[in-house]
Design a protein around this ligand. Structure first.
Ligand code: HEM
Length: 488
């Protein structure tokens, strides 16, 4: 018997030591594969250096410094998280394509508090795919673009007509255009009391996106959540009315005019889990408010930086004016209305837009969290670690773009904007590619056309700030002067 116990104990000891040895080896192997880097100070990590570079004129400096020591993919600790930063276009592609569903969005706690559980920005898997495609298909449709072109033209002309010879703050002015269009696209609300209320409450709501996650009366997060409740009340009413209209008139015969319509028209599995119509109203209303987050700040920033880059590049501005004046002349001579394809066929204008998006880096990086260990190009991203695909580093790397800090729209004559270009991803890529991509390019094209064929301007000196979001330090003050042409 004793010999039997002895054999059993030896086997157990052998098994435990082999397991320990294998785990040790695995840990050593994995340890070597985790990208190299520095975790900085306790608690603070390297957050201060990261923020300081955002306030400098060269925000990529944080990435460049670490890239030169540790390579294209490195680890750090910023904003309270261990994070692996990738400046490598191929690694970024794998993260954003997310073919094996390993990465989920990772937002700070305050942002997660403000989003509903069914928000497109937080959803994953099939529910996300379905919701994303409903919006993307609608925003891409030729019918939608034909209709929204008229609304954009109207809004742009109205805003430009209100400019006088006084100094205007360009960054604030363009927000008037883009917010009006965004609300029209989402729920067909035009100028008036409802739009004013949304503008006011949304301003309060987004203050909570970057704040301390503390929630009691008086705190920013609390006020922000209250503003969202007030917006929800109004949006809920709109969604309910629209739902009733669709039921009364038989859904298939009603036109799809906005995102509310597009979401209400879906009868498939998206809402199967919630047979009750009140839950459907709740989910749609929440999402309508959350679509405003990525749409509100990005586009006016792109317009503002386009003007800034053009003000500093007289050659590009003159070529842009020439191309747009030619279109204006054609349209005036044959008294035809502009179509969305007219704007999109202006080659140099499209190149100006691509170059603006490359240099502006409005979304500087995309954050994700790994739900299991994953190896990309030999780098290990451990489970539960955050990873940031840095778009700015790729856009400003001289390996990808010659003379990357120079505003050079002509470079796009050689490159062209192709979907497979891993080095140009201002709208992200993969399942979460921005559904507002084509709308944004169209709005930018219409805006630039009417701006450069109506006004000349003098911009005051101003600086771009990159943290926490991209904006102009002094809101880009300009003085405008109408151009006198026989075409008006
Ligand atoms: C120049 C303007 C814009 C830029 C640079 C931009 C950039 C981006 C980027 C990089 C993403 C991907 C985020 C990720 O992968 O997590 C994104 C997502 C998104 N964008 Fe845009 N965007 C712009 C305009 C707009 C507009 C005007 C709208 C609304 C009509 C919009 C709606 C969205 C939505 C709903 C998502 C989330 C998609 C999803 O997670 O499935 N964006 N945007």
């Amino acid at each position: 018997m004793e010999w039997f116990i002895g054999v059993c104990v030896s086997i157990i000891v052998l098994l435990i030591s082999s397991w320990w040895f294998v785990m040790k080896k695995k840990k050593e192997k994995n340890g070597n594969k985790i990208p190299k880097g520095n975790s900085g100070w306790p608690l603070l990590g390297e957050t201060l250096e990261f923020i300081a570079s955002g306030y400098s004129s060269r925000p990529v400096i944080f990435m460049e410094n670490r890239k030169s020591i540790y390579g294209n993919v490195f680890k750090t600790n910023i904003l309270g998280s261990n994070v692996i930063i990738s400046t490598d276009p191929e690694v970024n592609k794998v993260i954003l394509q997310n073919q094996r569903n390993i990465f989920v969005p990772a937002y700070p706690k305050s942002i997660r508090e403000l989003m509903g559980e069914h928000s497109i920005l937080q959803l994953n898997g099939n529910m996300h795919k379905k919701l994303h495609s409903l919006i993307a298909v609608f925003l891409k449709s030729a019918q939608f673009k034909a209709q929204i072109t008229k609304d954009i033209q109207h809004s742009v002309k109205q805003c430009l007509a209100s400019w006088t010879n006084n100094t205007i703050y360009f960054q604030d002015e363009v927000k008037k255009i883009t917010f009006t269009i965004l609300i029209k696209v989402l729920m067909s609300i035009g100028p008036g009391e409802d739009l004013d209320l949304l503008k006011r409450e949304f301003g309060e709501y987004i203050k909570g996106l970057i704040c301390l996650p503390i929630k009691f009366p008086g705190t920013t997060l609390y006020k922000s959540l209250k503003a969202k409740e007030r917006m929800m009340k109004m949006v809920r009413r709109i969604v309910e009315d629209r739902m009733k209209l669709i039921i009364d008139n038989n859904a298939d015969r009603c036109a799809v005019n906005d995102v509310v319509d597009a979401l209400l028209r879906d009868k498939s599995e998206l809402y199967n889990s919630s047979s009750s119509s009140s839950l459907m109203v709740e989910m749609i209303s929440q999402n309508i408010i959350e679509f405003m987050i990525p749409g509100e700040e990005t586009l006016p920033t792109a317009m503002t930086l386009a003007l800034k880059f053009l003000s500093d590049s007289p050659l590009a501005l003159s070529k842009l004016m020439e191309e747009n004046m030619e279109l204006k002349k054609q349209k005036t001579n044959c008294s035809n209305e502009y179509t969305w394809t007219d704007y999109m066929s202006l080659t140099f204008t499209q190149n100006v837009i691509s170059e603006t998006l490359r240099m502006a880096n409005i979304v500087n990086g995309i954050w994700r969290k790994a739900v299991k260990d994953v190896e990309i190009k030999g780098y290990l991203i451990p489970k539960d670690w955050c990873v940031m695909a840095s778009l700015t580093s790729v856009h400003m790397d001289e390996k990808n773009y010659e003379n990357p800090f120079k505003f050079d729209p002509w470079r796009w004559e050689k490159i062209g904007v192709v979907a497979s270009n891993n080095c140009f991803t201002p709208f992200g890529s993969g399942h979460r590619l921005c559904p507002g991509l084509e709308l944004s390019r169209l709005e930018l094209s219409i805006f630039l056309h009417h701006l450069v064929t109506t006004y000349r301007w003098m911009a005051e000196r101003d600086e771009i700030i990159y943290f926490p979001t991209v904006k102009m330090k002094k809101k880009l003050p300009i003085r405008v002067q109408p151009i006198n042409t026989s075409l008006d």
